[in-house]
Design a protein around this ligand. Structure first.
Ligand SMILES: Cc1cc2nc3c(=O)[nH]c(=O)nc-3n(C[C@H](O)[C@H](O)[C@H](O)COP(=O)(O)OP(=O)(O)OC[C@H]3O[C@@H](n4cnc5c(N)ncnc54)[C@H](O)[C@@H]3O)c2cc1C
Length: 395
């Protein structure tokens, strides 16, 4: 049996060293609170290093993609490449002296009423499985909405003779030239991967089952800039007007828009508009084929769709999203985290639970949401830890 080390006492344990965990740690550090971040991977910001395709650039301009107290420099490009953002996260962790223990996978966290502490068990993946124990007055869940890949169950998929991968494993279209590739899923990843494949000469098809709002980076930047000044319904109208000019009627090419406007949708649902990187032009010219029905089954290399159509493929990329894994390790029933592993309460009431439990980055609000959560959580924890000091220092 693996050895269990004695419990280490901390003020705050943060689970996950993505942007949310780092932002909380930095905001705490600025308030004089030292937190410990436990991260299962061997680096900070692993999403951008290990689970993102090569051509990925942030969809929002740098103004909206900076973590608290660290704006991107003038010299940075407007839309950061994945590697630039990962390097920014490295620099951020160093600048705010974030204490991180890498290769520590949290397997259990429960609140002990007797000691009024969170007891956290993490496995040291680097040493082959030693269990470490930590105790902390505050626990911050920052393990992300992307805990594990989600691939729907498809009868016959296991016998598909070609390559099958999830978007998290897709890096580039290398080796795909001339091959018939099916992309399942039409969110931002699926649409961009379809573009990448088609641009490299793959015979590309994409399943677009759901309605979606196609926008451009520029249109979305305008929407973000207007947000402080105009109600969402006015922004929706302006965005749709600009989209009509740029794209025309996208439903003619199989991309139906939802009845609810794009900005209202972003604010009120987990769905996010799709930022076009050139995919639509390839759909219009037929370089990318849109398939309207979901994948039903696979027989050999032939995929059968929900509308009864069948097409052969050489490879399949599932851009079907992720699932949070928080419910696997967080033993708490206080209602902060729902059955789906995401925040149970909707924004802006989502971030604080009972007994010193918090969550950051769990309401699908991207980098901007991580920043808001970090400031709220750090302010709250520092007030509870140091009430007198807080009254005097202006935070
Ligand atoms: C391909 C892609 C592109 C995106 N582009 C944008 C964009 O342009 N703009 C934008 O605002 N948003 C974008 N997003 C949304 C993005 O997911 C979130 O903004 C962001 O990743 C959330 O950061 P996070 O720190 O909350 O989670 P993550 O980045 O997922 O970090 C969570 C960390 O927790 C660790 N972890 C998980 N479980 C455990 C455990 N049990 N023990 C220890 N550690 C654990 C993980 O290894 C991970 O490092 C994109 C998402 C994807 C997938």
């Amino acid at each position: 049996m693996a050895a269990v080390a004695a419990a280490a006492e901390e003020d705050v344990i943060i689970v996950g060293a993505g942007q949310s965990g780092l932002a909380v740690a930095a905001c705490l550090s600025l308030r004089g609170v030292r937190a410990l971040v436990l991260e299962r991977d061997d680096c900070v910001g692993s999403l951008w290093r290990k689970r993102a395709y090569d051509r990925l650039h942030l969809h929002l301009g740098k103004k909206y993609s900076a973590l608290p107290h660290a704006p991107h420099p003038d010299s940075a490009p407007t839309y950061l490449h994945r590697d630039e953002y990962a390097a920014y996260l490295d620099g951020y962790a160093a600048r705010f002296a974030v204490r991180t223990r890498l290769r520590r996978e949290v397997r259990c966290a429960r609140y002990d009423r007797a000691t009024a502490r969170w007891e956290v068990e993490a496995v040291d993946l680097g040493t082959g499985g030693q269990t470490e124990r930590y105790m902390a007055r505050f626990l911050v869940v920052a393990s992300g909405e992307n805990g594990e890949k989600f691939v729907p169950e498809v009868p016959g998929l296991e016998a598909f003779p070609g390559q099958v991968m999830h978007a998290a494993e897709y890096r580039s279209a290398e080796g795909m030239r001339g091959k018939a590739v099916l992309v399942v899923g039409s969110g931002n990843s699926g649409m961009e991967i379809a573009y990448d494949l088609a641009a490299a000469g793959a015979v590309t098809s994409i399943v677009v089952r759901s309605e979606l709002h196609l926008v451009t980076k520029e249109i979305w930047s305008v929407a973000m800039a207007l947000y402080p000044y105009l109600p969402a319904w006015v922004i929706d109208k302006l965005v749709l007007l600009m989209c009509a000019v740029v794209f025309g009627d996208t439903s003619r090419h199989g991309l139906r828009r939802p009845a609810v406007g794009p900005f209202t949708m972003k604010l009120t649902t987990p769905a996010y508009p799709v930022v076009d990187v050139g995919t639509y032009a390839k759909i219009r010219t037929g370089e990318i084929r849109v398939l309207p029905a979901g994948v039903k089954s696979v027989r050999g290399n032939v995929v059968e769709f929900g509308d009864g159509k069948r097409h052969p493929f050489d490879a399949i990329v599932f851009a079907t999203g992720y699932r949070s894994t928080v419910r696997q390790w967080l033993k708490s029933e206080d209602g902060l985290i729902g059955d789906d592993g995401m925040a149970a309460r909707s924004y802006p009431e989502h971030w604080k639970g009972e007994n010193g439990l918090y969550c950051a980055g769990m309401v699908r609000r991207g980098i901007y949401g991580s920043c808001e959560d970090a400031e709220l959580i750090a302010t709250d924890i520092s007030k509870l830890l140091r009430p007198q000091q807080e009254q005097g220092n202006g935070f």
